[in-house]
Design a protein around this ligand. Structure first.
Ligand SMILES: C[S@@+](CC[C@H](N)C(=O)[O-])C[C@H]1O[C@@H](n2cnc3c(N)ncnc32)[C@H](O)[C@@H]1O
Length: 212
């Protein structure tokens, strides 16, 4: 890869992500994220926003279950790949830099951000805007790599420790008068790049905005 991955700023540019997605026919598994499936399966479909949608597996899963989906990402390469996979499903793919973007207010029944890691100030600001975009009665679902994964040798992410967050970190930014918050850190097993089984931990924030 042409960039120094220790330079954090590069991780949030379209050039970095277009190069990453352009380096392989497929970067992610193609399966929807497990926390999305388990949390959202019981919900009634409505309008959903997928933030940092990547190759679109989550957006496609949501749309195939009846959700009308807006999917945003900074990588044109990823979005073109995702759109080709999605075919006629009702998904609006939007090339967007979420660092400078207003998703709107009271617009979505579900806002999902899966593994969208940014420096803490930018992330807090993004989560504030995502929370505002949730309708009364809707859900904000934020999933990330838990800080304890910093200790997992096979993941090789020592340079990114400051980008990791707990669900509690996110939850405290939400007004408890307006939100019912569940923060958890479930573990799951994945295969690393060498095919070895590794236990990792997700940070999972499920926040339901109280109906008014
Ligand atoms: C770790 S990937 C996660 C992709 C997808 N959510 C998933 O779980 O498979 C992070 C995604 O965030 C996107 N991204 C990074 N910085 C961004 C930014 N500033 N604005 C919008 N998307 C961004 C990347 O292009 C990438 O697709």
């Amino acid at each position: 890869m042409g960039h120094d991955e220790h330079d954090h700023a590069i991780l949030f540019t379209p050039e970095f992500w277009d190069e990453r997605y352009g380096s392989a026919d497929r970067v992610w598994s193609g399966n929807p994220n497990p926390q999305l499936v388990s949390v959202v399966s019981p919900l009634t479909a409505g309008d959903a926003l997928d933030v940092g949608a990547g190759e679109g597996a989550d957006a496609i899963w949501l749309a195939s279950r009846g959700w009308t989906v807006t999917a945003v990402d900074i990588s044109r390469v990823a979005l073109e790949r995702a759109a080709a996979l999605a075919g006629d499903l009702p998904i609006s793919w939007q090339l967007t830099d979420v660092l400078s973007w207003e998703p709107g207010v009271d617009r979505y029944d579900l806002v999902s951000a899966q593994f969208m890691h940014l420096p803490s100030d930018e992330l807090r600001d993004l989560h504030r805007r995502l929370a505002a975009a949730v309708r009364p009665g809707g859900m904000l679902l934020v999933v990330g790599h838990h800080p304890s994964d910093h200790e997992v040798p096979h993941l090789q992410r020592p340079d990114r420790a400051d980008l990791l967050f707990t669900a509690e970190d996110v939850g405290v930014t939400l007004d408890p008068a307006l939100w019912d918050v569940t923060a958890s850190s479930p573990s799951r097993t994945i295969l690393d790049d060498e095919g070895q089984t590794v236990e990792i931990r997700d940070a999972v924030l499920v926040a339901v905005r109280r109906a008014q």
